[in-house]
Design a protein around this ligand. Structure first.
Ligand SMILES: [Zn+2]
Length: 363
């Protein structure tokens, strides 16, 4: 839960949005996590069959205050099934929507948008300066490890770092296993002071990774909060393709990416599209924002009739792929990301993506 909080802080969620641990004991042991879009009977059964003690979803099961847990009612039945199965439930909802590498970033990546920016900013991740002292000759190894964790990314530049040489000193005390030097003797070592910027949400992972590759038993490092505004967080993304795409090809690509046979089109689409905005889930509120940001097409999960209908502007269209399709596509990706993050934190936890979700069908 601490690792999830570091990746998707609760403070990033919209006010009143439930999330975090919603059911279960915070000190129970977890060997396996099942990741799904939402809690439903087949997913709970799957969690039991797979021996998962935590069911992590994007949609929180307990969205409204619960007045009764009656097993003859659908919600109570699910709550009871989780408790009886010894399965805890946690959710990352709007904090996952806005997160770097979260649902919307992934959709922009799937559609190969370039220069994707946040469509509607909700806040900023905070910048920190991570400064680590590295023995001469080990700078590349530490820099690379941090860069692999997206530390030192400034705009379109990665691996941004500054290294300055100097002399470090230390006396290894009783019980120390020094990489260089003798116990009880002052060591003078040629070291580099390596500096990189890291967003707050990456700090835990970055420090663990740095420690894992640093040759010292006790790496010396400092974290400084910076006043520079950090990376933008928010709903939706807007970006462009290097060359305009025929609208028909955009629709084909959208169907392919989201695995849907049909896409609802609102408005009067342009013949070719260069700039596309998107928002996972219910993104009807951002139609006007998408137009203002110069998008010719706005793709979202679902819109309400009156959100889409004020006027039918020429050369602008809304593509509705379905709420479920717009988010379900992220679930296997999310499981993969979490597997990597947990592994990097030294957590021996199996992470699997649910395959059993099919909340509706067409006749
Ligand atoms: Zn949703």
């Amino acid at each position: 839960m601490a690792r999830l909080e570091a990746l998707y802080p609760r403070s990033w969620a919209v006010p009143g949005d439930p999330g975090g641990l919603l059911l279960g004991h915070p000190e129970s042991r977890v060997d396996a996590v099942l990741v799904a879009l939402e809690v439903c009977a087949p997913v709970v059964a799957s969690a039991r069959a797979r021996g998962a003690q935590l069911l992590l979803t994007h949609h929180p099961l307990l969205y409204q205050p619960l007045a009764a847990v009656r097993e003859d009612r659908p919600l109570g039945e699910l709550v009871a099934a989780l408790i009886k199965g010894g399965i805890a439930h946690a959710a990352c909802h709007t904090n996952l929507d806005v997160a770097p590498e979260g649902v919307n970033d992934y959709l922009a990546r799937l559609l190969e948008l370039e220069d994707a920016e946040v469509l509607q900013e909700t806040g900023r991740d905070e910048w920190y300066k991570l400064t680590v002292f590295v023995p001469a000759g080990y700078e590349d190894r530490v820099r690379q490890a941090l860069a692999d964790d997206r530390v030192g990314v400034i705009g379109r530049y990665s691996h941004c770092a500054f290294a300055s040489r100097g002399q470090g000193t230390y006396i290894p005390l009783e019980g120390a296993q020094p990489f260089r030097g003798e116990r009880g003797t002052l060591s003078r070592v040629e070291e580099s002071r390596l500096e990189m910027v890291a967003p707050a949400s990456r700090l835990d992972a970055a420090v663990s990774r740095m420690k894992a590759v640093h040759p010292y038993e006790e790496p010396a490092y400092d974290l400084y909060p910076l006043a520079n505004p950090g990376p933008s967080l928010g709903f939706g993304r807007v970006g462009k393709w290097p060359a305009a795409q025929p609208f028909a090809r955009v629709v084909d690509r959208v169907k392919e990416v989201f695995g849907v046979k049909q896409v609802k089109i609102w408005g009067r689409p342009p013949e070719s599209v260069e700039r596309l905005a998107l928002c996972s889930g219910s993104g009807g509120d951002l139609i006007a924002t998408a137009r203002q940001r110069g998008a010719q097409v706005y793709l979202t999960g679902e819109v309400r009739h009156h959100q889409a209908t004020p006027g039918y502007p020429e050369g602008f269209a809304v593509l509705e792929v379905g709420h479920f399709a717009s988010e379900a596509v992220f679930i296997p990706e999310w499981a993969g990301q979490l597997r990597r993050h947990f592994q990097e934190s030294g957590l021996q936890v199996r992470v699997e993506a649910a395959q059993e979700e099919a909340p509706f069908s067409y006749l």
